[in-house]
Design a protein. Structure first.
Ligand code: N01
Length: 536
């Protein structure tokens, strides 16, 4: 175990021990850098450590939602399902930590509270709840969707039953049998938890503010033949990921939804629906997120499915999204989601028209009715994109607070660096493809780029690197231009920070495609890291 008290000076400090943090430690250590990780949790895993709610699983298929950096790892590890469940992904990350002996570099139960850049020494001092250390570089691997957002319900304290957040689920099994359960939130977490909880709870009341387009995952055991095929073709699969807009191993459709007849369109949608997964948006048509008319055809396809499954037409309509284009809120994957609302022990409550007003010891009250509840589950989301970093008091040049710098919205260059904050790198930071690309691929690309930059500085005797303000402004403006050519920014979602009261509205994901973004980052590095300034 690393003791920051004993060896307080490092080349790099890594914040977080999820997919990104673990790989950052692997990579930095491989290049001979002295590295320390700080992790808030008691063990590795990041979001897969915290999100243990029933039904939690990944909505990317595991054979590509996994590391590519070790041939031995990808050849030996066997996924049991198409979409691994949370325990299996956590087991994988534990295996990686053990296999590569990573835990000895990480201080657990250590929440980073403050980090200050010393301009004279070109060093960061990072203070955590378990001690302080200094380093030339800080690599934030704190995650894009990791800062839990607890809704500010007045009177929630009055509720005396069991209260759980999907994003901070207990390690012990939660038994819903015989319980009257209420759940708030129908995003990806809620959509996965609802069918599972409904199976054991005495009654489940779903409090829905905005219906979502829930697509089938079609999860299934990993076919051994397919697993063998994957293992034999991993090089091609990983190359496809690197060269695709979503960092996934599929070719995207090249046709518009409006260029085919309604019958052909329905057949294309049905085929993708039957196959399952978020591939629906890759496999079908190329203009679903850029053209509202095209988008409407996909939205209506899903609504017609809801009507065909949900027996009560009133409930079917309540579940049918009409206020946002499909995919502009992250579509959840969930098998049996809509059929769950046919169960006699499930009630759907529309809290958009009748909001939750108060709580009592055993009830949730809305403007219209009171619902008896023993257990309340809040699947209410995260302060995404910026929350994890802004919860740390980050001070850059001249004591500039990151909170002040980002008061009107985040600004980064390439999602990798922030002007005014030298030697701070952000893995999958705002304005990188981050949450719209397959995460492990994005993480590896970022960490490799960062490690390459650190290596370059070491070999050139450079002491600091800092994004230029003009490069940063240009990149943020370019990202906004690309985003504004799509339907995404129109919708109030966590993508634009609309779920956080007071958060500036901003679409902080780079939508130009992972492959072209990766090529751009490579060009930047080849051109002597243009857009970054260095100093000795
Ligand atoms: O969070 P969300 P999530 N009163 O923000 C509602 C990833 N992920 O944890 O839409 C009432 O999407 C809110 O309603 P509304 C994935 O990228 C991946 O589900 O704001 N309701 C919404 O229904 C995902 O997108 C996986 O009107 C309130 C829900 O709570 C992201 O994480 C699994 C409320 C929040 O949905 C976040 O997903 C899980 C309030 N005060 C998550 N506040 C997989 O890989 C919020 N809501 C499968």
């Amino acid at each position: 175990m690393t003791d920051p008290g004993k060896s307080p000076e490092y080349d790099g400090i890594v914040i977080g021990a999820g997919f990104a943090g673990l790989y950052a430690i692997v990579k930095l250590r491989e290049l001979g850098f002295n590295v320390l990780g700080f992790e808030k949790a008691s063990d590795v895993g990041g979001v897969w450590y915290w999100n243990r709610y029933p039904g939690a699983r990944c909505d990317c298929e595991s054979y590509y939602y996994s590391y590519s950096f070790s041939t031995e790892l990808q050849q030996k590890w066997r996924w049991s399902q198409r979409y691994a469940e949370q325990p299996e992904i956590l087991a994988y990350l534990n295996h990686v930590a053990e296999q590569f002996n990573l835990r000895r570099h990480i201080l657990f139960d250590a929440t980073v509270e403050r980090m200050v850049f010393d301009e004279r020494a070109n060093r960061w001092t990072v203070t955590s709840s378990r001690g302080t250390a200094t380093a030339k570089f800080v690599i934030s691997a704190a995650g894009c969707i990791s800062a839990l957002q607890k809704p500010d319900y007045p009177g929630l304290d009055a509720f005396a039953g069991e209260l759980y957040y999907t994003g901070a689920w207990p390690h012990e099994e939660v038994d819903f049998s015989g319980r009257r359960v209420g759940i708030v939130g129908t995003g990806a977490s809620g959509a996965q938890a609802i069918p599972i909880i409904a199976k054991t709870a005495k009654h489940l009341t779903v409090f829905q503010r905005t219906p979502n387009f829930v697509l089938p995952a079609r999860n299934a055991p990993m076919d051994p033949g397919f697993d063998d095929w994957v293992k034999a073709h991993y090089d091609e699969i990983r190359t496809m990921c690197l060269n695709s807009p979503g960092a996934v191993p599929f070719e995207g459709s090249k046709i518009s939804a409006l260029d085919v007849s309604p019958e052909e369109r329905a057949a294309v949608y049905q085929k993708a629906w039957d196959r399952g997964g978020l591939r629906f948006f890759v496999d079908t048509f190329n203009d679903l997120i850029t053209n509202k008319e095209a988008n409407d055809t996909a939205a209506e396809f899903v609504r017609s499915h809801i009507r065909s499954v949900v027996k009560d037409p009133r409930i079917a309509e309540m579940l049918s999204p009409r206020s946002h284009p499909i995919a502009t809120k992250r579509p959840p994957l969930g098998d049996d989601y809509y059929a769950t609302f046919n169960r006699p022990n499930v009630t759907l409550v529309d809290i958009a028209s009748t909001p939750i007003t108060s709580f009592s010891a055993r009830a949730v009250r809305t403007a219209e009715a009171s619902y008896e509840i023993d257990t309340l589950v809040l699947a209410t989301g995260f302060d995404a994109m910026t929350g994890a970093l802004l919860r740390i008091d980050v001070r850059g040049r001249g004591g500039l607070a990151l909170k002040a710098k980002w008061a009107e919205g985040a600004k980064t260059y390439l999602g990798l660096g922030v002007a005014g904050f030298p030697n701070l790198f952000t893995v999958t930071g705002p304005f990188s493809p981050s949450v719209v690309a397959n995460m492990p691929t994005g993480v590896e690309q970022h960490v490799d780029w960062i490690a390459g930059c650190m290596n370059y500085m070491r070999s050139h005797g450079l002491e600091f690197v800092e994004a230029d303000e003009s490069a940063e402004e240009g990149w943020v403006a370019h990202s906004a231009e690309v985003a504004n050519a799509t339907l995404y920014p129109q919708t109030s979602s966590w993508y634009v920070g609309a779920n956080i009261p007071g958060k500036p509205r901003q679409f902080s994901v780079y939508l130009g495609g992972f492959s072209s973004y990766r090529e751009h980052c490579e060009r930047v590095a080849q051109n002597g890291y243009e857009g970054f300034a260095f100093g000795r």
